[in-house]
Design a protein around this ligand. Structure first.
Ligand code: SF4
Length: 383
């Protein structure tokens, strides 16, 4: 019988899932934590097998079951030696999130899910399909502590971090859906759903390890984009660890005062410090950064603000994504009108800064981060 200490000492930083299945076990059975196998990166699974007295060699077959065959239960891992399979059945689980809401945008490009986790918490996952290229936008936390004023997730506050397995579970959920409908496998992921990924660094990076591992989902690291509101220690750590994922930094303001009015963490990490970290990242990783700029009418869309942004990014290899605001009930801002968006973009071009205007797809299904969860809470009262 496995014990808690054994898990936590060997599998750090993997998180433990308290499996709801235990409730169905006979009276008298100890209510032990079930280990979520999706929480384990490859070395952690090899370590676990060795601790149990099995060869780490079996990790390859177990991962083939998990990520190629994508089985629903460890009970079907019948190729494994019997005592190992018994141990897995006894002590582990492979829980995937369940659909609570499934919404399709009228333009057919976006499908947004509210997914329920094992403890009943809900998160949002979005499938975006453009020209046969599917992208999953996944969450890294339930809620978010960053409190960006225009964001529905920020307005609901922070509940808890997701485990690596809960992040990976969203990707598997979307990939299965694509396979069921005979579409190409999922190859692009953006960590831009609910939560700040660098506030949940360990679990997020364990998930990235699993998603990019050749025996895991084998997704190219350059096809994973991590979006941060500007958590400076996390950006430096990404650079130092040589992480290959693409980095997007949400700016939204080109002065400390304007940025702090929209993004509260800007008080902790002022622009000068943030841009130093960005420069460090680009020098060390030899790649540019995407800077996200949510365009809000009369807040940050004036020509002088575009000039300020252009000047700010002069010394950093940058690409700016301009995103007209997705309106939320909790914030009275409006999206910038198209002519002003074009004018803003033209000014950035004068500074030699490439930019893209991101389309506001899926507005009719509340595709902005956190909006579907908020509408579900309003209808059902369930958090
Ligand atoms: S925009 Fe991102 S970082 Fe800001 S509150 Fe929303 S989820 Fe959190």
């Amino acid at each position: 019988m496995v014990n808690w200490q054994e898990y936590t000492s060997l599998l750090r930083p993997a998180k433990i899932l308290i499996c709801t299945l235990c409730r169905a076990r006979p009276l008298g059975y100890n209510h032990l934590p079930m280990l979520n196998l999706y929480d384990l990166n490859y070395p952690a699974l090899e370590n676990l097998l060795q601790t149990w007295g099995f060869s780490p060699y079996h990790a390859g077959r177990i991962w083939a079951y998990l990520y190629q065959e994508q089985v629903d239960t460890v009970a079907v891992m019948t190729d494994l030696r019997r005592d190992l399979q018994d141990r897995l059945v006894q002590d582990t689980a492979v829980p995937l999130p369940h659909t609570r809401l499934d919404t399709h945008s009228s333009d057919g490009f976006t499908r947004k899910f509210l997914l329920a986790l094992a403890d009943g918490q809900t998160i949002e996952t979005v499938l975006m399909g453009f020209k046969g290229r599917a992208t999953a936008c996944v969450s890294t936390q339930v809620g978010c502590a960053m409190g960006c004023v225009f964001c529905a997730t920020g307005q609901m506050g922070f509940t808890r971090h997701l485990s690596a397995g809960e992040i990976v579970g969203q990707v598997l959920f979307v990939d299965r859906l694509l396979q069921e409908t005979s579409q190409p496998r999922l190859r692009n992921i953006v960590l831009m759903g609910m939560g700040e990924p660098l506030h949940n660094y360990e679990a997020t990076m364990t998930a990235v390890d699993i998603l990019t591992h050749p025996k895991g989902m084998a997704i190219a690291p350059r096809h994973i984009t991590l979006s941060t509101v500007g958590v400076v220690p996390g950006i430096i750590r990404l650079a130092d660890e040589g992480r290959q994922v693409r980095l997007a930094v949400s700016l939204h303001g080109a002065t400390d005062a304007e940025r702090q009015a929209l993004v509260p963490p800007a008080r902790r990490w002022p622009l000068a410090e943030l841009l130093d970290a960005c420069r460090y990242y680009t020098q060390k990783r030899k790649r540019h950064i995407f800077f996200e700029w949510t365009l809000i009418e009369d807040k940050n869309d004036a020509p002088e603000q575009a000039h300020a942004l252009g000047q700010l990014l002069q010394t950093i290899p940058a690409h700016v994504n301009l995103i007209p605001l997705n309106p939320t009930p909790g914030y009275d801002g409006l999206p910038t009108a198209r002519p002003s968006v074009k004018q803003f973009q033209a000014i950035l071009t004068q500074y030699g800064i490439p930019s893209t205007v991101r389309q506001r797809r899926g507005i009719d299904i509340a595709a902005g981060c956190g909006q579907l969860k908020v509408s579900d809470i309003q209808v059902s009262g369930v958090k």
